[in-house]
Design a protein around this ligand. Structure first.
Ligand code: NAD
Length: 302
């Protein structure tokens, strides 16, 4: 059976490997990004290049967007030269970016006006899971639409959950980011504390990963980032975490829900961003604490 033609927009740290996995699974792909470099890389792998989001959407049964935040999604979908200008009636738009649930609902209702269907499907697992095709994909919208396109989702992810109506995928993703942001900060504080007190950071890592303090991010961030002091390798930009915590705080504010720890984490990441760490991986918040305390969490630093 011929696989559905896909338009893929947003070829950054996540979109690039996700698009490659779709190509590997045999989906014909037309790609677009503001940056020409990843377009060329995908073309070398067999994709077609588009010169706008509208063009990427033109012949596609499914259009996927993987963009930084609400403004970029609105620009690429609703703006001039955007997806809704090019998409055919009956096409499906799957937005996999992490954005505000109310923006997903807005985009879905604008899409519906021109006969385009919509799912919000943000992801978790980071660049490694994007490369390995093992992302967790958290889907909001019509369940039947997800079932119809499950093969395509499985080319990018392993754990695919339908969690409710449009916007609910983003809501559950936001909850994950509250936990991940606070946990990243806890890891940074704990490792800086331990190292300053004279413990060997590599030993702390070995002990914690089989103790109650363990978490997904201990393995995902300690060996390759903290212990190597390498915060520039591709990961999850600190400014994207700041954006996600901001989304949670915005929702909490509207609903009068206190979020003490999320608020503190937001301030920490905000300070780290002002200090120049915004484009580095979120684990670079450790660098700020290292500077304040005067210690480096590195292999062999005891
Ligand atoms: P990124 O900044 O690396 O990539 C975004 C890409 O979008 C860039 O290549 C940029 O040029 C492109 N872009 C921006 N505006 C555009 C527009 N109007 N039209 C076309 N292209 C445009 O971001 P990323 O790390 O790939 O993250 C993408 C989304 O996934 C974000 O919402 C992020 O929060 C989420 N996310 C990221 C990770 C991660 O580990 N990096 C994990 C889970 C979820």
């Amino acid at each position: 059976m011929n696989k559905e033609h896909i338009g893929f927009i947003g070829l950054g740290a996540m979109g690039r490997p996700m698009a490659k996995n779709l190509l590997k699974a045999g989906y014909p792909l037309t790609v677009y990004d503001l940056n020409p470099e990843p377009i060329n890389e995908l073309v070398a792998c067999g994709a077609k290049a588009a010169s706008s989001s509208a063009e990427a959407a033109r012949d596609a049964g499914v259009i996927i967007t993987m963009l930084p935040a609400c403004d970029e999604v609105k620009a690429a979908v609703l703006g001039a030269g955007g997806v809704l200008e090019g998409a055919n009636e009956g096409a499906l738009l799957i937005d996999m970016s992490s954005i505000a649930p109310h923006t997903s609902k807005l985009v879905a209702s604008e899409a519906a006006k021109v006969g385009v269907k919509f799912l919000d499907a943000p992801v978790s697992g980071g660049v490694t899971a994007a490369e390995n095709g093992t992302l967790t994909i958290i889907v909001g919208g019509d369940r039947a639409l997800l079932d119809e396109h499950i093969d395509l989702m499985q080319a990018m992810g392993k754990n695919i959950y339908h969690v409710g109506d449009v916007g609910m995928g983003e809501t559950v993703k936001m909850i994950n980011q509250v936990l991940a942001g606070i946990n990243m900060l806890a890891i940074a504080e704990a490792f800086v504390l331990g190292t300053k007190l004279g413990a060997d950071p590599e030993t702390i890592y070995k002990v914690i990963r089989v103790s109650a303090g363990n978490s997904f991010l201990i393995d995902a961030r300690v060996p390759d980032y903290l212990l190597k002091g390498d915060f520039t390798r591709p990961g999850f930009a600190l400014d994207l975490m700041l954006k996600d915590l901001g989304l949670a705080i915005e929702s909490a504010k509207i609903n009068k829900i206190p979020l003490f720890l999320t608020g503190q984490a937001y301030q920490y990441f905000s300070m780290a961003s002002s200090w120049g760490l915004g484009k580095k991986d979120m684990s670079s918040v450790t660098e700020l604490l290292e500077e304040i305390v005067g210690v480096k969490v590195r292999t062999g630093s005891e």
